[in-house]
Ligand binder design. Structure first.
Ligand code: NAI
Length: 340
């Protein structure tokens, strides 16, 4: 009997159906059984069912506790924003690393786990004009999501034997960023075996470029995480190849639900042509397997995918000649070999 896990699968637009088929082919090759519960978030079904579709989605995710989301077109509403609000997904974990075969201008290796508080900062308040020539907005930092993100980051560090860096502008933004660093330190003392360093955020950006090997897990507030993620992805040359975990926590700080997705969109220009690169959704699946505690299986999915890219087995967006289907078959067979 293979261990069985229910997983909500949020179906999407454009290349979504091809990616879903690829995920199922790969999942069938795994020594665990993922019991997918499909929720149709395509534009047609969102129009047909209306907002009720999000009740179905949240009910299912709350029951299965893990979800894999395919890209969805933002038309009237953004499904991502709605799910984030409804499920209280307050933290985003975004691993960013140089991927063999992905062209980049950066000559160094980068391997960062960015843990970002996904609420507050300046993003919850659009601000207001004061007369014609001035404007203000509120910057919000709250203990709860900072503590949740910090606990997640330090637990990740403990599990993976990595260091944590917190970065902010605490010397200038004394109240907001000062609170962030204070809460992070309170959590850090509960993890005495994990090395923790503090950087000024502007300095961190320079240091990541000059000495990327010094940084492993970086814990940051919302807007800093936004900037750092895109800079790191740009360095890795992998804007569209990464994946993230979107996390919600229970009262004791344990992950309550986790939604995994690829960074790219629906790629309408190539939809239905067998050209979609499933790398990002496979990396999202690998993270989902880690969350289920299936570390070895997750690692096999990640490493098989990256090794094939290194060997030049790639889809056309990376200069290769594989179709979605043939690349998927290669990954599935490499995963089986690895786990044997
Ligand atoms: P996009 O990421 O869909 O496409 C940008 C370019 O990258 C296109 O040339 C596309 O063909 C290519 N590309 C993207 N993913 C690829 C893959 N897996 N394999 C091969 N090539 C790939 O971004 P764009 O064009 O800005 O957005 C298109 C739609 O996607 C919009 O409706 C947008 O709202 C939605 N979107 C959804 C996201 C989500 O659900 N997480 C995230 C970003 C955009």
């Amino acid at each position: 009997m293979r261990p069985t896990y229910p997983v909500t699968e949020l179906l999407g637009d454009g290349i979504g159906p091809e990616l879903s088929r690829a995920v199922h082919t790969l999942a069938d090759a795994l020594p665990v059984r993922l019991e997918f519960v499909p929720i149709d978030l395509t534009v047609e079904n969102r129009k047909l069912v209306g907002p009720k579709i999000y009740d179905e989605a949240t009910d299912s995710i709350n029951a299965t506790r893990v979800a894999l989301k395919h890209p969805t077109a933002t038309v009237a509403e953004s499904p991502n924003a709605i799910l984030r609000r409804r499920l209280d997904l307050s933290v985003i974990h975004r691993p960013v690393y140089t991927i063999p075969g992905v062209p980049t201008n950066f000559r160094r290796e980068l391997d960062l786990d960015i843990v970002r508080i996904a609420t507050g900062g300046t993003y919850d308040d659009p601000g207001r004009l004061i007369g014609d020539d001035g404007a203000v907005s509120l910057r919000i930092v709250e203990r709860k999501p900072v503590a949740q993100a910090a606990r997640y980051a330090f637990n990740l560090a403990r599990r993976t034997n990595k260091r944590v860096t917190t970065a902010s502008k605490y010397t200038i933004q004394k109240a907001t960023d000062g609170l962030f660093e204070r809460v992070a330190k309170e959590v850090a003392v509960q993890f005495p075996e994990v090395a923790h360093s503090v950087e000024l955020f502007d300095a961190l950006l320079g240091k990541v470029i000059m000495a990327p090997e010094k940084f492993q897990i970086v814990l940051v507030l919302n807007e800093y995480g936004d900037f750092l993620s895109d800079m790191a992805c740009g360095l890795a040359g992998s804007l569209g190849i990464g994946a993230s975990a979107n996390l919600a926590f229970d009262a004791s700080g344990v992950v309550r639900v986790a939604l995994f997705d690829a960074a790219h969109g629906t790629a309408p220009d190539i939809a239905g042509k067998g050209l979609a690169n499933p790398t990002a959704i496979f990396l999202a699946l690998a993270m989902l397997l880690y969350q289920l505690g299936e570390i070895t299986v997750g690692q096999a999915v990640k490493n098989a995918t990256l090794d094939l890219l290194r060997e030049g087995i790639r889809t056309p967006d990376l200069g290769g000649g594989e179709s979605t289907e043939s690349f998927t078959a290669a990954v599935a067979s490499a995963v089986v070999t690895r786990l044997d």
